[in-house]
Each structure stands twice: as C-alpha cells, then as structure tokens.
Design a protein around this ligand. Structure first.
Ligand code: CMC
Length: 431
C-alpha cells in the first residue's frame, strides 16, 4: 500500500509519496513538488537529496556498514578476490563463475596496449604535468580511438567490451603518466600477471630490469583498488551520472569523474593527508596541537582524512587499511614516522569532544597513503590509484543509469538572489 507524507504550505496541503529502499531507507518523492506548488526543495551540497535509486552499493553511515551488491566490505578483505572479480560483480551484478572471470580477464588482457598515436600524446605533456590531468585527458582521448563505443549501450556485450577496455587501459595510462613525469621509457604489460601485479610492473619495471612483484605487496595493491571500487553517490560518481544524464558517452563521463575526484575534499584527500603528516613531522607538532588547530574556526587547517558526509562512525575501509598498513610496513621493514603520527592523531581526535560530537572518524584516505608511500608510489599518483579503483563503480553506475527507463537529464534548479530587472546602461552613460 502506498504511503504519503503531508506537506502543509499554509494555503495548500499536498501529499508526497514515501518511497522505501530494500534496507528500509525512506525518502520523499518530491518530483511533482514544483508543478503542484511552485516551490522547489533547497539542499546545497545535496546532503538530503537522493538523486537516483541504485542496486549497486549500500552504506549505512551511522553503523559504518558498506556492502557491494549486498556483500559486506570485510568479506572482500577476508576472501581476497581479484580486483577484476570485484569489478565484474559491481558492473554486472553477480559474482562471475570461473569461466566468466577467465574470459573477462582475457578481454582485459587483450586491451592492455595503447594505440601508438595515443602514446605520442604523452610526449606533449610537460614532465611537471599533474598525473590526474593526464589521466582525465587520456580517458577522453580514448574515445577518439574507439568510435564503435561512442553509441551508448547498456547490453551485456557493450559493457563487457567497454568496461574491459577502460579497466585495462586506465592502468596503462596511469603508469605511463608516471613514467612520463620521470622520463622513464614505456614498457609493455605482461599478460600472465594479475591486475594489481601488472600495474606494479608497469609502474616500476625497466626494459633491462623487471620489477619483482612481492605477493604481499600485490595483495595490498589489490586491496586498495577493491576498497575504492564503489561508494554510491559520492561527488565523482554523481558527476559521472550527471554527465551521463545528458547522454554523453562512457569515456566523457568517466573522464569527468576523474576531474571531480581530484579535489582534496574527495579523492585528493589521500595526497593531502600525507602532505599534512609530513608537515607535522617536519615541524615536530604534537597531536594535541594539531587537534587544537583543526578545531579553530579561524585556522584553515583541517584534519585531512577525517570526517565524511555519510559515515558518522568509523569508515570500515579505514579500519581495514589501518591493519593492512601495519602488515605492509612490517613486510617491507619500513619504519615510517608518518604512521606513528597518524595513529597518535587518530587517538587524540577520537577522544576530543569536538570530533566526538561531530562524529568525525578516519576515512578511507587516512591510512591508504601510508601504504602507497611504503610501496614506492609517489604522492602525486595517489589519487590516480584511487581513480583506477573507483572506475568499476563509475562504469556500474553509468550502466545502471543507461539501463533505467525514462531517466531525465540532471538539471537542478536554484533560488535566484541577484538583481531584479534593470536596464542596460550604454558605456557613455556609465560612471
Ligand atoms: N577537520 C576538522 N573539522 C572537520 C573536519 C575535519 N577533517 N571535517 C568536518 N569538520 C567539521 C566541520 O568544520 C563542521 O563543523 P561545524 O559543525 O562546527 O560547522 C562539521 O565537522 C561538519 O562538517 P562538514 O564540513 O559540514 O561536513 P561535510 O559532510 O560537508 O564534509 C568532508 C565532509 C569529508 C568534506 C569533510 O569532513 C572534510 O573536509 N574532511 C577532510 C577531507 C577528507 O578527508 N576528505 C575525504 C573524504 S572520504 C573519501 C572521499 O570521499 O573521497
């Protein structure tokens, strides 16, 4: 039976349908609000706005729950699936059987190389070019080389081809962006390596010296990709959907997603955390002093890697990464003072009333950078790795949107606060 909420506008009462998700999340359907009342909803930052319904990822921020297609994130840590298996699950909605996964891996393997003409694009970038700028441009450039994928398709065949191509080439592009900045010669992927191992090879091998991939480091890399794979309607995913809603192609939509992820309040936070920890270390600033600075509204300092729009509890990904960080550093016999500082900051923040009252906990970016740094990933590549991880989510959400009948172009409204009607003043009459 349909349920309704009543909205009393003084001169008029209307009924708003209540919609309910499979985990009992409730929403008010206001799609007829303006046509029936002349009012719009006002929600800057969209903290109270559901832009779509989705069956991909579930988060309960109050309880610190994250599930991909219903499977708790902790199980991905325990079972250690390959990143491509997780990508398959997110994009196609089911865990692949062995044949399906093997076939998908072959497709990804067949797409590893970049067109030679695409490789020349890298030479046009200065060595100081931010890798995120290169990544977003090159994802869009890919559309020039695959006109057959510009027609938007939601069927399984289209998505197999497009997703395997994007997942494969983003890895090669990311590694080439790094190599370009270091003046390193390009190198070819090794088809026998799994996704994460191949990425490490593409980053660090030299033509005359192959990088030996340590299985524990490969596991950590795989885990980082998986933990970032989707996070429902975050800023970059909403951007992908926003661009996709104009019926733009998958490359354009994902390229826009990379740009949205770049900012320090979103994916760029992993880089900002390390910069912050380095400054704290250099300045020998105590955890208590940092907490005071973060609380001071006149001080622009923020505790990067802390707080989240949705989580009002410990981010489950941060919990997993904290443990993984200890393991990686022990394996590599690295004693990173930044990890000690991070742990002290966390301890001080979690007992400070400011952080407790606002429910600010470490998020995914707080510990991921320490692991990537230990592996030898340069800081300006951190958000690029986040992008690789997030790509399956973007593709899955784009596909879900394309498959949904009757999706409208995303076009929010505004409350106009500018000048009322006035006349144009010719230049000669202006003061
Ligand atoms: N340090 C100090 N104070 C904070 C922090 C922080 N990191 N985060 C939030 N607050 C305060 C904020 O000042 C506000 O205080 P008040 O109520 O007195 O005005 C209150 O907590 C609520 O914060 P908000 O900014 O209104 O919350 P939001 O949902 O708009 O922003 C956030 C969420 C993640 C942008 C924010 O917590 C933040 O800037 N954190 C640091 C950057 C970061 O780590 N980003 C990564 C997010 S997780 C991964 C991802 O999405 O990519």
């Amino acid at each position: 039976m349909s349920k309704f909420a009543k909205l009393d506008l003084g001169d008029k009462i209307i009924e708003l349908p209540i919609i309910e998700g499979s985990e009992n999340e409730k929403g008010l359907d206001i799609s007829k609000l303006r046509s029936e009342t002349g009012y719009i909803s006002y929600d800057p930052g969209y903290g109270n706005t559901g832009s779509c319904s989705s069956a991909i990822t579930y988060i309960d921020g109050e309880k610190g729950i994250l599930r991909y297609r219903g499977i708790p994130i902790e199980e991905f840590n325990r079972e250690k699936p390959d990143f491509l298996e997780t990508a398959y699950l997110l994009i196609f909605g089911k865990l692949p059987n062995k044949t399906e996964l093997d076939e998908y891996k072959v497709l990804v393997g067949n797409n590893e190389h970049l067109h030679e003409a695409m490789k020349h694009h890298f030479e046009g970038f200065p060595t100081t070019a931010p890798p995120m700028a290169m990544l977003s441009s090159m994802i869009n450039t890919m559309s020039c080389f695959h006109p057959e994928l510009l027609e938007r398709g939601e069927n399984e065949g289209y998505c197999m081809t497009a997703s395997s191509l994007l997942l494969s080439k983003i890895r090669t592009i990311a590694a080439y962006a790094y190599r370009q900045s270091r003046g390193m010669p390009s190198i070819y992927p090794i088809p026998s390596l799994d996704y994460a191992a191949n990425f490490l090879h593409l980053m660090f091998s030299l033509p005359n010296k192959r990088y030996e991939v340590d299985p524990d480091i490969e596991d950590a890399m795989n885990l980082i990709f998986i933990l970032h794979a989707d996070h429902e309607q975050n800023c970059s995913t909403s951007t992908v959907r926003m661009v996709g809603s104009s019926q733009a192609n998958l490359f354009a939509s994902c390229s826009a997603g990379v740009c949205a992820l770049w900012g320090p309040l979103h994916g760029g936070a992993n880089l900002a955390v390390i910069k912050m920890l380095e400054e704290i270390h250099k300045g020998d600033i105590s955890a208590e002093k940092c907490i005071e600075m973060a609380k001071d509204k006149d001080n622009p300092f923020k505790l990067m890697g802390f707080g989240h729009r949705v989580y009002k509890n410990y981010d489950p990904r941060a919990r997993i990464l904290k443990k993984a960080g200890d393991k990686v550093l022990a394996k590599l016999k690295v004693k990173d003072p930044l990890l000690d500082i991070a742990k002290k900051l966390e301890e001080a923040a979690l007992k400070d009333p400011y952080f407790v009252e606002r429910k600010l906990f470490p998020n995914v970016d707080f510990y991921s950078g320490i692991i990537m740094r230990a592996i030898g990933i340069p800081t300006n590549m951190f958000t690029v790795l986040f992008s690789i991880g997030r790509l399956p989510g973007w593709i899955a959400q784009w596909r879900e949107q394309v498959k949904t009948p009757g999706v409208k172009i995303s076009r929010p409204r505004q409350i106009y606060t500018g000048e009322n009607k006035r006349s144009y003043i010719p230049m000669k009459d202006r003061k």
